[in-house]
Design a protein around this ligand. Structure first.
Ligand SMILES: Cc1cc2nc3c(=O)[nH]c(=O)nc-3n(C[C@H](O)[C@H](O)[C@H](O)COP(=O)(O)OP(=O)(O)OC[C@H]3O[C@@H](n4cnc5c(N)ncnc54)[C@H](O)[C@@H]3O)c2cc1C
Length: 536
């Protein structure tokens, strides 16, 4: 087709149209995190700043789960200008220092290991694995390498009452109430950051001649125009999935879980300890999550419907709950079904999907909200000045996030592949060769001769760095052969120095840190010092 001069001018105007208005569709955790991050980064509250509108349907509830986070959340909250004290008070927040895995290796009563957030002591300087493997005694990998699993065992907080907001003695994230978190982000976003909030249902999408999204029709507010549309509509994936028809990459052949039963369980006593870690307990066809908030525990059973029926899954969950709180029989349980996988791409034309709209694998290791934060940050960094360069931003975003989804799939699958449980088909199926991604299989072959290292994961901002792989592998009894020769930095005496240094730090922190509950109660009464409160 031959275009006339008029056509060329028309396309030039369209392509050079600056991106000034971002419309976020969906008011779950994903939508509000994206909206607040963009509004904070681009001064939405000031005249001339980026305009950020969030529209959410009063008719479609948010998913309402998602209570475990990554340490990245501290940077996110600080960046959008929220006080940590306010966040902890408003969202039933508590401190999370990692995960404990119960029953994943054999299912025996003493089968337990930790994946803490701190790196092994001396990590990057020396390969400590051979020295740890030669150590006499029964000290676990996490105990020998870091102080954090012992802090968790003792129910300790990751900081003192005098440690300023967002600063840490031990690296930490949060456990939080998902519903309260979205509400706090909404209040902060609209009152402090200038996010425009519309409560309305999007009924259809209007396209431009080129195929971009021009506007969204709403039930009560007419058409809503924008330059970039962020699809945070949850599993509906209304813009990217339904409107654009971007395909879904089903991962059920690798990660089998597709069902969850969730319940909120009060503590037996108001002063019961608050766990400093997410507890993940393996079952015959999945696992039970247990997240301690100040007034309740968020507990749920995630499982494969192909391997366990709903009634059995509920029975297993109720057995677990009764151990936690003998008075908690008969609590209402909510069923959530999901399809593990992700979209073929995430940014298409002038639409990018974030959160459940982009995909979801399963709750293990809380990888969903961290992906939301990483997505929002990359959209912000790559925010195209105009439509002309948007496709380049989209291509980079898609490459980066396809890599990330694949690495998360590998990492989650590792937890299942290493299990020796023989009590059900679920665990046997998880170990069968055809369900293991090729890259993971090759790396596991390599790790028989050398431990995971930064050379295996070369991107900046890897969601799970090589240290995380070490904690899972050696926590689950994986054996790496001793090296035939080793660098002088890796010698046994160097490693011993790191181990004994770790023992000393552990003793110091155990003595000096309050319990998780003590710190939370102190914050509720007095708050945490803000950075500017600290006298130098
Ligand atoms: C069982 C389970 C456990 C999980 N645990 C964790 C965890 O521990 N850690 C973690 O990081 N993540 C976890 N997740 C994932 C986490 O819950 C989600 O990533 C997070 O809540 C973000 O959800 P969302 O905002 O994408 O979607 P949703 O919360 O579903 O929000 C969708 C929004 O879209 C709106 N919407 C839909 N259609 C329309 C329309 N037509 N017009 C206007 N608005 C519309 C809805 O009103 C709603 O506001 C878990 C998920 C599941 C299923």
């Amino acid at each position: 087709m031959i275009h006339g001069i008029g056509d060329s001018i028309y396309w030039c105007v369209i392509l050079n149209k600056p991106v000034k208005h971002v419309v976020v569709v969906g008011g779950g955790t994903a939508g509000w995190l994206v909206a607040t991050i963009l509004a904070a980064d681009y001064n939405a509250i000031q005249p001339g700043g980026l305009k950020v509108t969030l529209i959410e349907s009063p008719d479609v509830p948010t998913i309402g789960v998602g209570e475990g986070t990554w340490p990245t959340m501290r940077d996110t909250l600080r960046k959008i200008g929220l006080s940590e004290t306010e966040f902890l008070r408003e969202c039933e927040g508590s401190f999370k220092q990692g995960s404990r895995f119960d029953g994943w290796l054999t299912g025996a009563p003493d089968d337990q290991y930790y994946h803490p957030f701190v790196l092994p002591n001396g990590y990057g300087d020396a390969n400590l694995v051979p020295a740890w493997q030669q150590r006499p005694g029964t000290e676990s990998f996490a105990e020998a390498m870091s102080f954090q699993s012992r802090l968790c065992e003792a129910g300790k907080a990751p900081k003192q009452t005098t440690t300023p907001e967002y600063a840490a003695v031990a690296n930490y994230a949060y456990h939080l109430d998902a519903g309260k978190f979205a509400t706090l982000l909404q209040t902060h976003g609209t009152k402090k950051l200038g996010v425009q909030h519309i409560l309305d249902h999007v009924t259809s999408v209007n396209a431009t001649d080129s195929g971009d999204i021009a506007s969204l029709d709403t039930k009560n507010n007419g058409a809503l125009e924008g330059d970039l549309f962020v699809d945070c509509t949850g599993m509906a994936s209304m813009l990217l999935g339904k409107h654009f028809g971007v395909g879904f990459v089903d991962k059920k052949d690798v990660l089998f879980n597709d069902s969850a039963l969730a319940v909120q369980v009060p503590y037996e006593n108001a002063d019961a300890p608050i766990a400093s870690q997410t507890i993940s307990t393996a079952t015959g066809a999945g696992w039970i999550w247990d997240i301690g908030l100040p007034t309740r525990r968020g507990i749920g059973h995630v499982y494969s419907a192909a391997h366990m029926d709903d009634d059995t899954a509920e029975q297993k969950l109720r057995e677990y709950i009764l151990v936690v709180n003998a008075n908690a029989a008969g609590l209402p349980v909510r069923k959530i079904s999901f399809r593990p996988g992700h979209r073929e791409k995430f940014w298409h034309r002038n639409c990018v999907a974030v959160g459940m709209a982009a995909g979801f694998l399963e709750p293990l290791e809380a990888s969903a909200l961290v992906l939301v934060e990483l997505s929002a940050n990359m959209i912000s960094h790559e925010m195209p000045a105009n439509r002309h360069i948007m496709d380049m931003a989209a291509q980079r975003f898609n490459e980066r996030f396809l890599y990330r989804w694949d690495r998360i799939i590998d990492f989650l699958k590792l937890h299942y592949v290493l299990s020796k449980r023989a009590d059900s088909d679920y665990w046997a199926d998880n170990r069968s060769q055809e369900t293991i991604p090729d890259r993971l299989q090759s790396l596991m072959d390599l790790w028989r001769y050398q431990p995971p290292s930064a050379q295996d994961f070369t991107q900046i901002e890897e969601v799970f760095p090589s240290a995380s792989y070490q904690y899972i592998l050696y926590g689950m009894g994986f054996k790496t052969a001793p090296p035939p020769t080793s660098r002088h930095r890796d010698a046994i005496d160097v490693a011993q120095q790191y181990f004994s240094e770790n023992d000393k730090i552990t003793a110091k922190y155990l003595a000096g840190l309050p319990s998780n509950r003590e710190l939370i109660e102190h914050i509720n009464r007095h708050g945490l010092p803000q950075r500017q409160d600290i006298k130098l």
